[in-house]
Design a protein around this ligand. Structure first.
Ligand code: NAD
Ligand code: UDX
Length: 464
């Protein structure tokens, strides 16, 4: 039985950081080193004040504090950590390609390939290489080719161990996972490698929740899981538009269908659209894979999930303009929330970015408040779209660290993230300081409609 004592993880991001922190916390006998090329990020992970670690996740700071310096280490010395480890997790980013063949659809695997080449060059002893990043099906084959043909004669086993954590609940998801999925080769060596990783997770995950499969099933299951989840959001969002036309209430519809045990009640919350670094990227990747096998109908079917999501974001912005008498030019619109969901400081693909872009095109003045997102990130996000010069974005968007100031003199408020604190505000006070008539557009269906209407707001929720 292989018993792993030294783990290295390449990539100290939203997955590598929390995942390895939990492994270190639950397995005090295993030394875990997380490495990254980004020296600033590593410095932040090593910050003496654990509240300054680069990722905000409830419970993460405490777990890092409990293990850091004991059996959890953050470092930029990638080669040293690879050399010392028996098991190497690859947890680097796999964004959508922005160039060449597959541009805008396929996953960009250049960071993965770099890792494989680096492992091959450095490794002097046998290693188990674990794909933690989300990858197209059959990527393990490419990694194995690189490792076997550029290495120093060391032997490698490749496992697929996709991560299912959701941001905002990452620590709970890692400590109590629905399942852990491990894919590996079906031969004897492959099975031994699987067993080694099963043993790591068995320190805290019940055996019956650890599922082992072949590598290709594991790789494809991750893309499939995200596609199914995103599809539910697009399905309920599609119904939200029909609800608005017919007088049905999307929350009531969601409740009614969710009580059918075959459908289930989770992931049926209509919204201004799903965001985050995974759903869109992984579906586009799935669409690309299907197309590359000539499966046009399969590709079209899944692409519709993303098309519907884009439509939902656009129609939210259009609705604001229409309701404000067809012009928002020179009007202040307050954004409550910029993160793609509550309890995270991650803004990747957040609906707020696209709604802001559409409203800036209409010459609105936007005032943003988010409890966890830094000002520089908000400007980075909007500048990244490239719609207008950075200077213009700076003029069009103001970032405030007080929600009451953000809403002061605004013609309308758009709720873009479901932060719990928004529900606790003194809405009467907010109303008093706004331009009249005062509008609230609740893109997350979190506010109390009756209360706000009584105060005098003109109130709109998605799907009502
Ligand atoms: P991230 O961008 O937050 O982190 C990736 C890190 O890898 C970065 O810090 C980057 O500097 C580092 N990196 C890239 N190339 C490197 C190299 N050659 N050597 C050392 N460091 C390198 O990304 P993330 O959100 O953690 O996602 C990582 C993977 O996990 C992706 O494939 C993603 O699809 C998948 N995933 C993400 C989530 C999520 O909720 N964010 C959930 C499940 C799976
Ligand atoms: C997702 C998957 O849930 C997770 O398993 C995978 O590992 C990574 O991708 P994440 O993107 O972090 O996780 O968050 P998730 O909770 O799935 O939310 C994604 C987006 O969908 C958010 O913008 C959220 O607000 C939105 N959403 C979710 C809805 O609009 N309605 C819902 O009912 C659920």
């Amino acid at each position: 039985m292989i018993s792993v004592k030294n783990i290295c993880c390449i990539g100290a991001g939203y997955v590598g950081g929390p995942t390895m922190a939990v492994i270190a916390h639950k397995c005090p006998d295993i030394k875990v080193t997380i490495v990254d090329l980004n020296a600033e990020r590593i410095a932040a992970w090593n910050d003496e004040d654990v509240n300054n670690i680069p990722i905000y996740e409830p419970g993460l700071a405490e777990i890092v504090k409990s293990a850091r310096g004991k059996n959890l280490f953050f470092s930029t010395e990638v080669e040293k950590a690879i050399d010392e480890a028996e098991m190497i997790f690859i947890s680097v980013n796999t964004p959508t390609k922005t160039y060449g063949v597959g541009k805008g659809m396929a996953a960009d695997l250049k960071y993965i390939e770099l890792c494989a080449r680096q492992i091959a060059t450095v490794a002097k002893s046998n290693k188990i290489v674990v794909e933690k990043s989300t990858l197209p099906v059959r990527t393990a084959e490419a990694i194995k080719n690189i490792l076997d043909n550029t290495g120093n004669g060391a032997r490698f086993q490749i496992l697929s161990n996709p991560e299912f954590l959701a941001e905002g609940t990452a620590i709970d998801d890692l400590i109590n996972p629905d399942r852990v999925l491990i894919g590996g080769d079906t031969d004897e060596e492959g099975q031994k490698a699987i067993e080694a990783l099963v043993n790591v997770y068995s320190n805290w995950v019940p055996k019956e929740k650890i599922l082992t499969t072949n590598v290709w099933s594991s790789e494809l299951s991750k893309l499939t899981a995200n596609a199914f989840l995103a599809q539910r959001v697009s399905s309920i969002n599609a119904m939200s538009e029909l609800c608005e036309k017919t007088g049905a209430d999307v929350n009531e519809v969601a409740r009614a269908i969710g009580m059918d045990s075959r459908i289930g009640s989770k992931f049926l919350k209509s919204s201004v659209g799903f965001g985050g670094s995974c759903f869109q990227k992984d579906i586009l990747n799935l669409v690309y894979i299907a197309k590359s096998y000539g499966l046009k109908e399969v590709a079209d079917y899944w692409e519709q999930v993303v098309i519907m999501n884009d439509h939902q974001k656009k129609r939210f912005a259009t609705n604001i303009v229409k309701t404000l008498y067809n012009t928002v030019s020179g009007k202040k619109i307050a954004f409550l929330g910029w993160a793609f969901k509550k309890d995270t400081n991650d803004t990747r693909e957040s609906a707020a970015i696209y709604v802001a872009d559409d409203l800036l095109n209409e010459q609105a003045n936007i005032a943003v408040y988010d409890p966890k997102v830094e000002e520089s990130i908000i400007y980075r996000d909007i500048n990244y779209l490239g719609t207008r010069a950075a200077e213009e974005n700076k003029q069009g968007i103001e970032v405030l660290n007080d929600p009451y100031n953000a809403c002061k003199d605004a013609h309308a408020i758009a709720v873009l993230t479901e932060w719990d604190e928004f529900k606790t505000y003194d809405w009467q006070k907010i109303y008093n300081n706004m331009k009249k008539p005062a509008f609230v557009f609740d893109g997350r269906n979190i506010l109390d409609a009756d209360k706000l209407k009584n105060i005098g707001f003109i109130f709109q929720q998605i799907g009502k």
